[in-house]
Design a protein around this ligand. Structure first.
Ligand code: HQG
Length: 180
């Protein structure tokens, strides 16, 4: 994806996950907003204009599916800090999921477990490669935890899948984590 689309994608994430009010739009309880209105308000606030086809191009070209256009609406599929209810029902996860993080955070996680911190959910990755990429945002040689996801599901933890191999869960106690 070229530099222009990456920048627009980051702005869209910023608005749809964290700060819809920055361009004067509102999200419903599931994080959805009217697409035509979002485009109009986006173009009022930012110098680089966006259109439906630009957003579709971002969705097509992205390594991860970060948004979905559904009918007249658009929403971010994960990553929120504003409160949203999942639209997908919880599902039985694979036996193991993964979480990549920094050494500093890993020290705390080993005793406290995974907490959602500034987001609405803890984000887990479908495979170790993805977890390494996520962790590299914070540490060049990240720590990867293997999460006993199915065991946790049997202890009533609810796992929400997304289109990108990202799984969402409310928290994950240390008993389900092992360092890879
Ligand atoms: C850490 C990106 C101390 C956690 C990525 C992480 C992902 C703790 C940080 C998605 C902790 C939160 C989300 C505890 C967790 N003590 N630190 N008890 N529990 N942490 O950004 O999972 O590309 O909110 O390890 O790829 O890094 O933007 O979560 O380091 O899928 O689409 O607290 O964001 O997706 O950081 O990343 P984040 P994340 P996009």
């Amino acid at each position: 994806m070229d530099h222009r689309l990456t920048r627009l994608s980051k702005r869209l994430s910023f608005i749809l996950r964290h700060h819809p009010e920055k361009i004067g739009i509102k999200l419903d309880q599931y994080g959805r907003t009217d697409l035509a209105n979002l485009i109009q308000q986006f173009n009022r606030h930012y110098g680089t204009p966006i259109s439906r086809s630009t957003i579709e191009e971002i969705i097509r070209q992205s390594d991860k599916q970060r948004y979905a256009i559904e009918g007249a609406t658009i929403r971010a599929l994960y990553g929120h800090s504003v409160p949203v209810k999942p639209l997908t029902p919880p599902q039985m996860p694979p036996v193991y999921l993964y979480h990549g993080t920094s050494h500093a955070a890993a020290k705390l996680i080993e005793t406290e477990g995974l907490k959602k911190m500034d987001r609405d959910f803890v984000h887990l990755s479908a495979n170790p490669q993805m977890a390494i990429q996520v962790g590299q945002r914070r540490d060049p040689h990240p720590v990867v935890f293997k999460v006993a996801a199915q065991a946790a599901a049997h202890h009533q933890f609810l796992f929400y899948p997304t289109k990108s191999g990202v799984w969402l869960v409310d928290s994950m106690p240390a008993q389900f984590l092992t360092r890879l």
